[in-house]
Design a protein around this ligand. Sequence first.
Ligand code: CP3
Length: 325
Amino acid sequence: MRQAGRYLPEYRRIRGGDDILETCLRTDVVVELSLQPCRRMDVDAAIVFSDIMVPLAAVGVPVRIEPGRGPLVDEPVRSSDDVSRLRPLEPDVDVPHVLEAIRLLRKELDVPLLGFAGAPFTLASYLVEGGPSRTHERTKALMYAEPSTWDALMSALVAIVLPHLRAQAEAGAQALQVFDSWVGVVEPNAYERSVLPHMERLFAGLRDLGVPVIHFGVGTGELLPLMRRAGGDVIGVDWRTPLDVAWQRIGPGAAVQGNLDPVVLSAPFEVVAAEAERVLSLAAMRDGHVFNLGHGVPPGTEPDTLRRLVELVHERTQRPGNRSA
Ligand code: CP3
């Protein structure tokens, strides 16, 4: 998930007041911010420090990220003319700093490195709404009212996200995570018609790379079988669906990532431990459980709570052959 962030004092010191999209252009800073969580705790993987809006900014979309709010797009994308201005991403030219950070990180890390991207729906939601939204009404209205503009927009986004993910794997990322954070607002039949075909093309386009791909969304309890059909070796689940229920919906053949409620981290450690134990007991030591939070780390989290959580999960899941066993 997002393991770097404002909950770390060393992060706040470095980030200062710049737009995070500016920070993401500075390879040395990106490397440092990616490493920070790994120094604090014994996590099993690192994720390159970037943002889902980075490839959109790189193809010329005027976007900024406002602290405490999120991405803002001053000229929202709402017509087929707007869509036609989105050009495909050329990773070597448009995001060389991300690829360089990945190459440098691979030299520093002794755990696997994840690359990532936002999924087309979630990126579309920022482009169409012009900013964060609770209901994503404009986005869904475009999807229902103007299906051909919608499909053109989703296709244009696949032409940005797919090369971005491929280039990260080719630069050395050992797994990829696709964040469809806001797709949970879509009703299943509409997902099947208007989102799934694009997601199928995205995942199909990653298959030959041979790296595991994680497919994550928030509030997707009812979409899990369709997300599984769309693709991904691992399906990420938020805290709203009990892990055993989620697993049943996802079915055999995929791994499952999740799903501790991040807000639990603000409670005394006994509570954190009990809730983590509950998640682990629902996973029941099945192969293919990737323990994780159900979403990002809240800014008020005590870093030591996360360190102790990682330690606890390692203790409880030791098996012969585990790195930490
Ligand atoms: O752990 C890591 O190093 C990964 C870094 C990472 C960031 N963004 C950096 C960031 C990742 C994986 C993301 C993905 C991202 N960005 C998503 C998908 C994952 C999710 O949480 O659902 C989304 C929806 C975004 C868009 C975005 N960027 C939001 C909503 C915000 C929060 C705005 C705020 O201040 O609350 C951002 C800013 C952002 N990107 C932060 C971080 C660490 C917040 C801290 C900061 O601005 O320094």
